[in-house]
Design a protein around this ligand. Structure first.
Ligand SMILES: Cc1ncc(COP(=O)(O)O)c(C=O)c1O
Length: 363
């Protein structure tokens, strides 16, 4: 007798980037560099580390389930009401809560292909249907996605910038798209890399929420804030949508260290600026080197670059790993010749380029 629900068998488990220690153990190497999961190579804000050390003394107590202080600070930071904010154990958890709260069995979610894989998992868990719309020029094709939305559509997921391509959709494209979205659908803008954006035509999607639209904007403390290991992200939406999501939220879903670290990191402007600068400089360096080596890549608005090796990425990643560089082969995203590389420190970027030259026979 099968115990598992049928729809669960349709789900491929999400394969996360390998931890550094695991790679070192498996390959017998030391000082491996992880450029596979789009983390901040500078680490957490030093002030957040200090705040966490103090908070450790209260680890015997349950965390504040409402994340009162963090919510208050974020409400000021974003200029939205506290009732418009929900926290998750990473934005991953909010994606799951969105599907659990809003998606009835058989309802559709319109999702770009390839985009962040967690959307499809969340939809399938709820017995929803994924309607996949191919990217155009490695970017969300909002015209075709808009046409794919109909009365069976409950959710639309837009990763902006997209993972794994790093491309973004503009304010104007989002504006035309939003004009076509019916009342019954909720549009989720996943802005995990928001703080890295330097372009001024990036859409301010929280404005749609202020206008009362069915929009949920997701952001995270995992990327520029450097707190991926603590698992904390947030969603912004109309009060009624947040209230409904709170019905399914685990009462203590964000832990006490994550809450104080996020609160402190949010205010540590110096660390954010340093991280942003490092990313811009690293991106410029990698673009220059890849151009010099005549290696194709997709220009990115985020903290990673999708690189076309024009050869099997799985084998290439394995070789890079033996050189101590962990990157992400993109076969599971339907891009078998591509790797996704997180922009690192200057030293890490140089090490990556050297390893690329010696393993992939470029230049
Ligand atoms: C587009 C996108 N959304 C969400 C996430 C998940 O972030 P979190 O660590 O907040 O769960 C990621 C992580 O890589 C991502 O790339």
């Amino acid at each position: 007798m099968k115990l598992v629900r049928e729809n669960i068998l349709e789900i491929e488990p999400y394969p996360p980037g390998k931890p550094i220690k695991e790679v070192e153990r498996e390959l017998g190497i030391k000082e491996a560099v992880k450029m596979a999961s789009n983390e901040n190579p500078l680490g957490p804000s030093p002030k957040a580390l200090e705040a966490m050390r103090e908070a450790l003394n209260e680890a015997n107590l349950y965390p504040d389930g409402s994340a009162y202080y963090l919510k208050r600070a974020l409400s000021e930071h974003l200029d939205v009401g506290e009732e418009n904010i929900i926290f998750g154990n990473g934005s991953d958890e909010i994606i799951r809560m969105i599907a659990e709260t809003f998606l009835n069995q058989g309802e559709e979610a319109v999702i770009a292909q390839p985009a962040f894989i967690i959307y499809q998992i969340a939809v399938k868990v709820m017995k929803g249907k994924c309607k996949l719309v191919n990217l155009r020029n490695f970017t969300h094709d909002l015209v075709t996605m808009g046409e794919a939305v109909n009365e069976s559509t409950k959710l639309v997921f837009i990763a902006n910038p997209n993972n794994p391509t790093g491309t973004m959709v503009t304010r104007e494209e989002v504006g035309s798209f939003m004009n076509k979205i019916p009342q019954g659908a909720i549009v989720v803008f996943d802005e995990a890399y928001y703080e890295y954006i330097t372009r001024d035509d990036f859409p301010q999607t929280i404005n749609y929420i202020r206008q009362g639209r069915n929009v949920i904007t997701l952001r995270t403390f995992s990327k520029i804030y450097g707190l991926a290991g603590l698992r904390i992200g947030y969603g912004v939406a109309r009060e009624d949508l947040i209230r409904d999501m709170n019905r399914v939220r685990q009462p203590f879903n964000t832990n006490c260290l994550a809450q104080v670290a996020a609160l402190t990191a949010l205010k540590d402007k110096e660390h954010i600026e340093r991280s942003s600068r490092l990313n811009r400089e690293g991106k410029d360096f990698l673009y220059r080197e890849l151009d010099r080596l005549k290696v194709s890549y997709i220009p990115s608005e985020a903290n990673f670059i999708l690189i076309d090796l024009k050869q099997g990425a799985r084998g290439a990643s394995q070789k890079l790993m033996q050189e101590g560089i962990i990157v992400r082969p993109m076969g599971m995203y339907g891009l078998p010749n591509f790797i996704r590389v997180t922009i690192g420190t200057a030293q890490q970027n140089e090490k990556f380029i050297k390893a690329l030259v010696s393993t992939c026979g470029t230049a």
